[in-house]
Design a protein around this ligand. Sequence first.
Ligand SMILES: Nc1nc2c(ncn2[C@@H]2O[C@H](COP(=O)(O)OP(=O)(O)OP(=O)(O)O)[C@@H](O)[C@H]2O)c(=O)[nH]1
Ligand SMILES: [Mg+2]
Length: 461
Amino acid sequence: MFESLSDKLSGVFDRLRQRGALSEVDVGEALREVRLALLDADVALPVVRDFIARARDRALGTEVLGSVTPGQQIVKIVNDVMIEALGGAGAVPLNLAAAAPVPVLMVGLQGSGKTTTAGKIALRLRERARKRVLLASLDTQRPAAQLQLAQLAERAGVPSLPIVPGQTPVQIAERAMDTGRREGFDVVILDTAGRLSIDDALMAEVTAIRAATNPAETLLVVDAMTGQDAVNTARAFHEAVSVTGIVMTRMDGDARGGAALSMRAITGAPIKLVGLGEKLDALEEFHPERVAGRILGMGDIVGLVEKATETIDEQEAERVAARMARGKFDLEDLAAQLRQIGRMGSLSGILGMLPGAGKLAGQLGDAKLDPKLLKRQEAIISSMTPKERRQPDILKASRKRRIAAGSGTSVQEVNRLLKQYEDMSAMLKRMNKLGQKGLMRHGMSALLPKSMTQGGARRPF
Ligand SMILES: Nc1nc2c(ncn2[C@@H]2O[C@H](COP(=O)(O)OP(=O)(O)OP(=O)(O)O)[C@@H](O)[C@H]2O)c(=O)[nH]1
Ligand SMILES: [Mg+2]
């Protein structure tokens, strides 16, 4: 899916680039692909419509900046709108700002992961926030449910409310809060029975539990695999208990997680946590930008565009270009390049950032730049004297031995670096023929000799 969406978009983008502006037709065409991607990620239809309308409004009003292509611009817009729709950048923590014991209520469909998540949250609060947590199961639907929570509590190292047979969920909830007060707990997590949104009796029960305990957080637990019906579920729960936060479970699976967008859109409540496995520590804060990328299937491209703008110091590139033009490129420059490349990550990643280069990146395979190798190479260069860096040809055997010892490497490695430097100088001369503009446009990837990639990637340009 990742491939196909970015390929499709890059097709649209190629045309956009030729025309150089975001026209209504172009935007419409690009957004049609985005729409399909959203539906494919199981985002509910009304939520998709709303999203596309918002992205269209934003895109049509936008001037294409001189420094980016219209394609990059629209990827950025779609991504920005998605992050906003998911609740903006940054994780929203659990709200425990209430008088202790703070009640936290877990609700959701059958099998969505409520009980597991209750255990995960208990462990997290105990370990990270040093809270005294009491777990209580209000699930009288399944015979083994209360026992399941008691076992989870034991694994999480927190106490669970003793089981008293025959009590109703509301009675258990009240007993849990009493115990919490009496025994000085900070947080009481109330795990409810799974229910179907169409089941009026069970929805009434969860409403009664809420009324009896007045929870600081009512967390709606949603399976990431939840499809189109997510809307109805979310709406029913929200109407019954006013959800204050959402937990997405099974994000370790291969679901694209469109339910996150649907749930957020319908309830307006922030997605607070993400379940990433069956183990008790498999719980993370929600990062809208990651999920946006996953839903759109083009997160890597967006990430790399952003990373590139963040890390590539244009002035430095310009400086190097200017030096090249004068036929100068020394090891000092190489060290600067290595640092930038190190920050950029893999070669295919750098390529993937350029619209239309997806196919090329595919051909190159996943040639990764080895961060350790880059570090060692930087160490070699910093063990040289300034004079050696400016005039690498003075590096003979004894100097090489000293540098190898100084950087904790070997003479072979020093030789390899020097060979690479020569390759790079040769390549820069070639680049020079393309002119400075060409260098700026093609960026670092054009400067990479194949000796620098583990996969022995071919030269991309
Ligand atoms: N892979 C994966 N499995 C999960 C995750 N969260 C829960 N599960 C599994 O999903 C199954 C159901 O989890 P429960 O926590 O019992 O779900 P529940 O909502 O309490 O279910 P009911 O009480 O029956 O409604 C269990 O096998 C869990 O181990 C997750 O984030 N990832
Ligand atoms: Mg349960």
